[in-house]
Design a protein around this ligand. Structure first.
Ligand code: HEC
Length: 108
């Protein structure tokens, strides 16, 4: 993915070579393969031998989000299902427990 940032999920996300090297090193060091978090395992396990790069395309993600009304992703404060932080307030800290998920009725 880092070698083709000109075509990043439909966007041109290209950056300079130095930044690219730094980000790549970070991604490899912090990949799900090196994590002991249960959700990392769940994501990896549900990829199997499929060629999936978007977390939201994994079976695990689809399964855990199947009860969410698809229309909600068009909400102005969410915009896209890849906007994990819109609902998972503390996802950057790795906190994905239920108590760290916003009450979805707040988006109505
Ligand atoms: C519209 C709000 C919303 C968005 C956007 C969203 N999620 Fe969720 N997510 C939820 C809700 C609600 C649950 C809990 C579902 C349940 O328990 O029935 C959940 C559950 C999860 C879980 C399972 C947690 C567990 O208990 O094992 C993971 C992991 C997760 N989300 C990751 C993500 C990631 C990564 C993204 C972005 C690619 C994302 N979510 C985007 C609302 C959202």
């Amino acid at each position: 993915m880092m070698s083709d940032l000109e075509n990043h999920f439909g966007d041109d996300a290209s950056i300079d070579e130095e930044s690219n090297k730094n980000i790549l090193a970070y991604l490899v060091k912090n990949s799900a393969e090196t994590s002991s978090m249960e959700s990392s395992w769940n994501f990896l396990n549900s990829i199997g031998d499929k060629d999936i790069i978007a977390m939201s395309d994994t079976i695990f993600w689809k399964e855990t989000h199947k009860d969410i009304d698809k229309k909600l992703y068009n909400h102005k404060d969410i915009k896209n299902k890849a906007n994990c932080k819109a609902c998972h307030s503390d996802i950057e800290k790795g906190l994905i427990e239920d108590e760290n998920i916003k009450n979805l009725s707040a988006f109505k």
